[in-house]
Ligand binder design. Sequence first.
Ligand code: GDP
Length: 424
Amino acid sequence: MLTAIVGINWGDEGKGRMVDLLSRDEDVVVRYQGGNNAGHTVVNHLGKFVLNLLPSGILREEVVCVMGSGMVIDVEHLSREVKKLTDAGVKITPENLKISDKAHICMPYHVMLDRMEEARLKDKKFGSTGRGISPVYGDKYMKKGIRMGDLLHPAYLKERLETVVPFKSMNVEKIYGGEKITAGAMYEWLKTYGMPFTPYICDVSSYLDAALTEGKRVMLEAQLGALRDIDFGIYPFTSSSSTIAGYGPVGAGIPGRKIDLTVGIMKAYSSCVGEGPFTVEMDGREAHDLREAGGEYGAATGRPRRVGAFDAVASRYGVRMQGADCLALTKMDVLSYMDRVPVCTAYLVNGKTVTDFPTGEDLNSAEPVIEYLPGWKCDVSSARSFDDLPEAARNYVLTLEKLVGCPIRYVSVGPEREAYIERY
Ligand code: GDP
């Protein structure tokens, strides 16, 4: 059984929290794209953890976690993440963590190039997290990447570095006026931070294929949301990887496998980190109140997130792009303070009402059509069944379900593992 857990919006929907919950029934959890540019926050009995690279399933001892071939891995960051977790008592061994030999390594020069380019762009910057993600994916497609599997063959790795690093150094020096980078220094960095992971590196493809053939349950965990997908998101303000479920089996390493169930994670309101069109954006007091109520600060960077009303136009598009079979609506409890809850039901583009998510200039100029639903004005965080919710809150869930055209199976009412409602 292959399940995908994916984001319907701009990311930060609470995927980590839902993967942590739903992985209770899983044997294997796989991250299939992205790097340490976003963070999944999981709260459980051991504490609060921000996971940037490790699959959220790592917090369940019986689950095997896989970092798939579609990922880009900063091994120095991974070392720190593993240490933090093991210090807190989480078990991480080659038995419960497997790293694809085909995943690309995010090198120090990728981080450097990312930051230098953002600085060059000044007020035209993309709002990159500066973690090297777009340069490392760029190199992957230019076939100048260094892969995790290269660490298993030091002589070959040295040869690769001798070919690739002078090219990268030319970029750093000649375009941005930075310092020379040497293959030797990069080898030393890989020896320090990458080599300790060699026992974890394997052909995850055959491992996953065998697991599925044996009837095991495998979950694909996405990072970011549909609107950040490199092809179908708000390009160029997207991430550099494919965030959609359709890419899941490819990025995991099992391209021939079909997904049996796709669960879309959709937030009860909107948030967006960085630059780019965000039609429902609130400002002033309204934004401040929602940001504070939802704790909307980046898990990876601490940046305040832009916030807005639930966007039915963007979410319906997200549901379609993800091919979601059902949804988990998160952070319902955050809206409890509102007298009336805003919902964007359509966009106005050049004076016309549209309900299909536009692209390009149409999206840049779109204005939201906002309708208001009655607020529930009470704490819903202890609700454990749909009937525990007040009528206005139930009405909100049912309205969103109708607007996006997909059943809402779970409603999350708090960050804790048990703070949720399963409707069917
Ligand atoms: P992700 O990247 O999609 O995993 O999302 P983030 O981890 O960036 O953001 C989700 C944040 O919301 C985390 O701090 C979670 O602990 C928290 N969270 C998740 N679900 C809920 C919920 O239903 N209610 C509240 N109040 N917080 C939640």
